[in-house]
Design a protein around this ligand. Sequence first.
Ligand code: TXA
Ligand code: MG
Length: 359
Amino acid sequence: MLTVQNLNLKTLVLPVNSVVSGFEQIQVAARVIQRGGLVAFPTETVYGLGANALDSVAVLALFKAKNRPLDNPPILHVSDVNQVYQFVGEVPRNAGVLMRQFWPGPLTLVFKRSEALPKESTAGLDTVAVRMPNHSVALALIKQSGVPIAAPSANLSGNPSPTLAQHVYDDLAGKIDVILDGGSTSIGVESTVLDLSVNPPVLLRPGGVSFEAIRAVLPDVVLHPFVISEQEVTVKQARSPGMMHKHYAPNAEVILVEGNLSEMINKIIDLSEQYICEGKKVGVLATDETRNKYFGCTVKSMGSRSNLNLIAGNLFKELRAFNITSVDVILAESVPLDGIGLAVMNRLRKASGYNIIKA
Ligand code: TXA
Ligand code: MG
């Protein structure tokens, strides 16, 4: 029987191919949310791990299952714009155009919080991050639950985010009640986080909606320096707690090589030869155009350089795939910073712990 979140649970995996054929499964999952349990569900970005945002005990269980630092708040997921007005203290004027243009979709907006939310749901901050996901299963789950769903990505803290139900299972089986398996997520990197509680608005995390697209409707938006930083941010500079924490790392050490394409390839070849001489097993996170350049290494491709969206979609899956190889070090290629490339590079820099080599 499904119970409130506990250690050593049997995690139920329920396939949902569509809201119509999977409606019963979604209803089961919604009841689990209502009873204070934990449900992993697909969104268009990555899988989320959901709990009733109004239930502080459930939200604390969520942190525990993920081993997430308590200072890093989850995003509140809503299925209806009215919920924003219910759970947010102050909705600034510029929010309307963004919600109309980008919701449902991969844009998270940070607002001043309201007292209607327990402090656990906002990790004690005076702001709250909200988004409406563009995924029919996620929207149906939120609607059926009848409450906003607090949901960080459904991975163990520090691991790459899950883009398949299998990734969620690998990290969280036995720690959560239900996984709704809706197949592969389409975007593959998380939502863009935009802080509207300050003026001018600040983009805190690049993601599924590009900086360029936001600037087209909000010309005064600025990038937080951390977004393009090639160094770790200090606590004082962090506007978003997630900026400080270890992220996206596979088991092996990651080294990110940045530079123009041919110099980058040559640098990776040099480095791989050095490591192989030292007796190390080397992985290379490459692209379709470059994968044949590397020898004596385990090479994985993120996709073609002609389509950064595909690269974003494959990034976390390929980083995780190195965990079932025996490589000691992963040499990662960089990609251009345009569009969703900014989000990909931000994830790669964090995955490397800012271990970046310029070619
Ligand atoms: O695409 C996504 O956003 C996915 C799916 C499941 O919706 N969720 C996700 O959640 O990536 P999470 O918890 O892994 O990342 C949320 C980010 C963290 O960096 C956190 O620090 C930041 O949002 N955040 C949450 N509340 C915030 C707030 N009030 N102010 C600033 N940043 C906040
Ligand atoms: Mg996360």
